[in-house]
Structure formats: C-alpha cells, structure tokens
Write a protein that binds this ligand. Structure first.
Ligand SMILES: NC(=O)C1=CN([C@@H]2O[C@H](COP(=O)(O)OP(=O)(O)OC[C@H]3O[C@@H](n4cnc5c(N)ncnc54)[C@H](OP(=O)(O)O)[C@@H]3O)[C@@H](O)[C@H]2O)C=CC1
Ligand SMILES: O=C1O[C@H](COP(=O)(O)O)[C@@H](O)[C@H](O)[C@H]1O
Length: 589
C-alpha cells in the first residue's frame, strides 16, 4: 500500500544511486505478511507490495539513517505495547509496514458541509477497517474558532458504524477522535498554515518520514490561495505532499486552465488529486471489470450491436440551501460535464494496456477527445417550479431573482470513432425529480429477421435487449432478455437476468470517498482526473455553455417531484431513442 509504494520508490532510488556508484543492486522485495481474507482492493495493493522495498530497516542499511534505526528500535517496544491494547492498530500494522512514516490528513474547510457529511465519516471507516497507518492523525483547518475538544464534539455525530461491521465500534470512535486536532486560521494568509505545520510536526515527530495529505473542502474562491499557503508553508519536508481538489474545477475551459496554472505554481501534477466522487462508486469501478473480464460483453460493445447509451442522474430533492453555489454553475457543470462524462469515458474506452493509472487515463482522454463538441440543438434545459408546499428553485432566497440556471438538462453526445460512430450517448440529469437514482442503460439493436416478431406484442422496441447498471441506490446489474412464457402456448415476454447487490453480497458498500481517500493514501491515481482529461471535458461543453448564457435561453419549467420537462422526450425522439428508465419505472412500481 502507500507505505510500500513509498518503499518501492526509496528502493528504486537507492538502486539508482547504487547503479551510479557501481554498487550492487538489491531486489525490491516486501517482507510483509498479508491477511488471508483480503478484499480485491487489498489484493491489488498487495500486488504493489510484491515489488515494494522493505521499509526503513533495510533502506537505512545504506548507512544514511543508522541513528534513525536506533531510534526506531527504542520506539518498537512502545509500539508493540500500544498494538497489544488496540486491535485496530494490530490489524493495521500487520498489513501496513509504516514503521518509518506517519500520515497526516488535513481537511481545509473542516467546519463545512462536505467535510462533515463525507470526509470525516470516510476517514473513520478507513481507520475502523485498519487501512490507515498506525501513526495517523487528522487535522481540521478552517476560519471558525474551535478548540480540539470542540472539533472532536463536532465530528463525533458524523461518525457512523457499518451495519455489518460494528464490533467495538464505539471504542474505535473514541480512539479515532483522540487522533483529531484542529487549527483555526485564514485560507489566504500564511500565518495559520505555519501554525498548522508546527502542530503537525509535533504529532509526526515520532516518525522520520511525514506524509501529508490536504483535502480542499472549501469554496472555489479560496482554492488557489489555500493551496499556495498549504504548499508553501505546510508541505511535508520529509515525505510526500498530496492535495485533493474538489470540483468545481473552473467554469469553462479558460477558468479551468487558469486554475490549473495556479495549482501548478505550487504543486507538481503528481501531487494533485482531482476528485470526482462518482469514480469511487462501486458500480463505476466495476464497469471495467464487467467489460474486460467477461467474454460475453466486450464483443457486443460497439455501434454494431448497441443502439444507444443513456446515463441518467435523478435526485428527488432540490438545491435548497445550496443555491448560492448552484446558481453559479447549474446542472450541466454540477453533474454532467464531470460525473456523467467521466462515466462515458470509462464506458466507451478501449482496453487499456494495464490497470495502471496512466494507461487507463490515456484511454479515457482518447474518448473525450473523440467526442463531438455539444451542439446547442442537442441540449434541453429545465428548471423546477413549486408544486404544493414543495418550493420552486426561484423560491430559495440564495437564488437571484429570475435566474435562468438549469436544474435539469438532457443532452445528446456522439463519439466520432470507429467503435461508436453514430451511437447517441444521451445524458439526463435533474434535481427535484420524482425519485433518486443514477444508472447507465445500454439499449441493443433489434434482432434482424426476428422469428418471434408476432409473439412479442406490437412494440418492437420493447423487445430489444437492455443492460442496466444501476449505480445507486439498490446497486444492481440486470439484462433484459426475451423469454418464453412457460406453458403450452408460444408467447414471449421480456424478463431480467438480475444481479441485485443487496441479495448477492449482503455487505454494506463503502462510500465513494472511502475508496478515493484510500487511493490517495496509496498514491493510486486511477480514479482521479488528469489535467488533459479535464481540459478535454471542458472543451466539449464550453461553447454550448457560453452560447446558452449569451442567448439567455430560458429553461422549460417542470413541477417539483415530476419526471422533468417534456423537451427531454423530444430530444430523445429526434435521435430515435426512448428513455429506458420510464418503462422500468412502470415495471418496478
Ligand atoms: N457539499 C457537497 O455535497 C459537495 C461539495 N463539493 C465541493 O466541496 C467544496 C466544499 O463544499 P462544502 O463543504 O459544501 O462547502 P461549504 O460552503 O460548507 O464551505 C466549507 C467551509 O469553507 C469556509 N467558507 C465558506 N464560504 C467561504 C468563503 N466565501 N470564503 C472563505 N471560506 C469560506 C467555511 O468555513 P470557515 O468559515 O470556518 O472557514 C465552510 O465551513 C466546495 O468546493 C464544493 O463545491 C463537491 C461535491 C459535493
Ligand atoms: O457532486 C455532486 O454530487 C451530488 C450527488 O452525489 P451522490 O453521490 O449523492 O449521488 C449532487 O447532489 C451535487 O449537486 C453535486 O455537486
């Protein structure tokens, strides 16, 4: 895992220096035992371990850190005692050889919504699972004044235990809270960050290598100043520094490039982790597994068999309370240009050379660069209005009067490459709709010369195969097939080959932020967005966004709790498509 990745780097560096000094090169081999019951993620990590170097004890045998080794020996006994009293630590240490390193996670904007809703709970879950190093601490940083105790009180209520793994959870929470500290300070001045760095140093003192991870959970207006101050005044001097940047990554190609240039003044690209939490969702991570490990799907995965692909995001709540942010961005920038487009990139890419981050991202960026720039006639926008007691978008006091910002959009996109030419990729995303769900629908072509044409009812479209990947809730993968209704007659009906995660796996799925935070700890960038991907994504949307703003195009109003504006159906029909979620709604209800 991360520390082994670091170990691998150190080993490689040692060998590089050995090479130049004409000394013997030693193999980079791990000496760890790994628990037998590993998750697939852990197995992936253990694969890294195979090529990783042993950590400090061996790295230091080149003579440069013998003092450190002596110090470590002294610490070892104390550590063993601590481990004996702490099963989480024991488990953690068994899998992680962080003997030489510490990890500090600094959450900037620690008093905010995202930090409380997602980041602290995810960190706790990782801690509970024993996936964080033994020498690990969390620092909250924000302008609000708080003591460590108040900070701990604030986050206590955010920590939850899994339904299926809650043994000694309350004790683990207490131990976790003891590792949480708070530093108040501004984002745009160095003072607070210098104080933060000093306090981090106090906690890290027991380990010679201090790794620091910063999560920018702050509004975009302070992204750059906070990054600059964190990188210049609180960066690690002995280990790595990684900065997680939350969206929005700008508003268009130009502002995104400006943000990119600003970040690059303080950080190297490999220190920047642009998070898109949809990439951390279980079913999205499974997309490549489904495609590339099953012989049955990949041959069908092209214009030859697939008629259209639909990526649907629906929320049954509005933007109440977030109007200030949302009105600046709208649904296209909030969800479609990032989350949904990333899904398409993964869905449509060619098989990567390997599962390495750069190989995957190389393929994703090719898809994005092959896509046709969105045309204004391929966009339908909507805005929810009040229905009964449910408030309309404009009723939110934080939304400017008469705002034209879309809370719903349906968009048709095309990929101009050999595999996908002519296949509509339809996006539909909206707030304040009738249900909350997100899914990918793959509609297959009609069966040519269908023998059973007259046994399937009047609607040939209703007999087409459809593969549905339900991202949330009730994660599922099902394939709609035609089947003979049992009995003496010959009548066909459409039914499902159905994989329901709840039934099949009976485990609580980890939250996307858990997966992604662990990936940052591990230095794994597969699920993070590379700068060229980001720019390619903006280039597809910037012209239409500018045009819609210039023309002051008015969104079609739809009632809160409805299925969205009718225009979405006209758009689909123009591309010879029917939205699959409507038919399934009827089946599911
Ligand atoms: N909330 C969510 O579900 C999601 C959020 N995001 C992104 O994550 C980031 C954080 O989101 P969220 O937690 O909702 O944001 P908040 O509005 O809750 O802001 C986070 C913290 O930043 C500080 N802050 C707020 N406004 C300002 C300002 N104008 N200038 C300086 N500091 C300010 C506040 O802390 P203090 O005053 O104590 O310094 C606040 O607690 C944003 O970039 C957001 O777009 C992305 C996806 C989902
Ligand atoms: O990034 C965002 O995502 C959420 C939806 O995330 P989910 O994991 O709950 O599906 C969305 O509500 C929000 O507007 C957007 O900024």
């Amino acid at each position: 895992m991360l520390h082994k990745w670091g170990a691998a780097q150190r080993c490689a560096a040692r060998n590089e220096s050995a090479k130049s000094n004409k000394q013997a090169i030693r193999p980079c081999v791990a000496r760890l035992s790994v628990r037998s019951a590993l998750s697939s993620r852990q197995i992936r990590c253990s694969a890294i371990e195979q090529s990783a170097a042993p950590t400090l004890s061996r790295a230091s045998s080149n003579g440069s850190s013998s003092g450190v080794v002596a110090e470590l020996d002294e610490k070892q006994e104390a550590e063993q005692q601590a481990v004996a009293a702490d099963p989480v630590l024991a488990y953690n240490l068994e899998k992680n050889d962080w003997t030489a390193s510490s990890l500090s996670v600094v959450v900037l904007g620690a008093s905010g919504d995202l930090a409380k809703k997602k980041i602290f709970p995810a960190l706790f879950s990782l801690y509970y699972e024993g996936l964080l190093p033994e020498n690990f601490q969390v620092f909250g940083y924000a302008r609000s004044k708080m003591t460590d105790a108040e900070f701990r009180d604030m986050i206590t209520s955010t920590l939850t235990c899994r339904v299926n793994a809650r043994e000694r959870c309350a004790e683990a929470q207490e131990r976790f809270l003891k590792r949480c500290f708070y530093q108040a300070g501004p984002y745009d001045e160095p003072g607070g960050f210098q104080a933060l760095s000093t306090r981090l140093g106090e906690q890290e003192a027991v380990k010679p290598r201090a790794n620091r991870m910063f999560f920018l959970s702050i509004p975009p207006n302070v992204f750059l100043s906070a990054t600059g101050n964190a990188a210049d005044h609180a960066r690690s001097k002995s280990g790595w520094t990684r900065v997680i940047v939350e969206k929005p990554f700008g508003r268009d190609s130009a502002s995104s490039a400006e943000l990119g240039r600003g970040l690059a003044q303080h950080l190297a690209e490999d220190e920047i982790y642009r998070i898109d939490h949809y990439l951390g969702k279980e079913l999205i991570e499974n997309l490549t597994v489904l495609r590339f490990s099953n012989r049955v799907f990949e041959p069908l995965w092209s214009r030859q068999y697939i008629r259209n692909v639909q990526i649907i995001f629906s929320e049954n709540f509005g933007t109440e309370g977030r109007g200030g942010y949302f009105d600046q961005y709208g649904i296209i920038r909030d969800v479609i240009q990032n989350h949904l487009l990333q899904i398409v990139a993964l869905f449509a890419m060619e098989q990567p050379v390997s599962l390495d981050a750069e190989d995957i991202r190389n393929e994703k960026v090719k898809v994005l660069r092959s896509m046709k720039v969105v045309a204004p006639e391929d966009v339908v926008m909507g805005q929810y209005r009040a229905r009964g007691k449910l408030p309309g978008y404009l009723d939110d006091k934080t939304v400017p009067e008469g705002s034209l910002t879309p809370t719903f959009a349906a968009i048709a996109m095309f990929i101009n490459n050999h595999r996908w030419d002519g296949v509509p990729f339809l996006f539909k995303a909206g707030k304040a709709l009738h249900k909350r769900y997100a899914e990918i629908r793959v509609q297959f072509r009609h069966v040519p010369g269908n023998l059973y044409r007259d046994k399937q009812g009047a609607d040939p479209d209703a007999a087409c195969n459809e593969l549905v990947i339900r991202i949330q809730p009730k994660e599922a993968i099902y394939l709609k097939i035609n089947n003979k209704v049992p009995g003496l007659g010959l009548r066909l009906e459409q039914t499902r080959l159905d994989l329901q995660y709840q039934q099949q796996y009976q485990v609580e799925l980890p939250d996307a932020y858990e997966r992604l935070l662990l990936d940052v700890v591990n230095g794994d960038k597969r699920l993070f967005i590379r700068y060229d991907e980001l720019q390619a994504a903006w280039d597809l949307y910037t012209p239409v966004l500018h045009e819609l703003e210039r023309s002051q195009a008015a969104p079609e109003l739809y009632p809160y709790g409805s299925r969205g504006p009718l225009g979405a159906h006209y758009l689909a029909a123009r591309h010879n498509v029917r939205w699959g979620d409507l038919a399934d709604d009827a089946d599911d209800e």
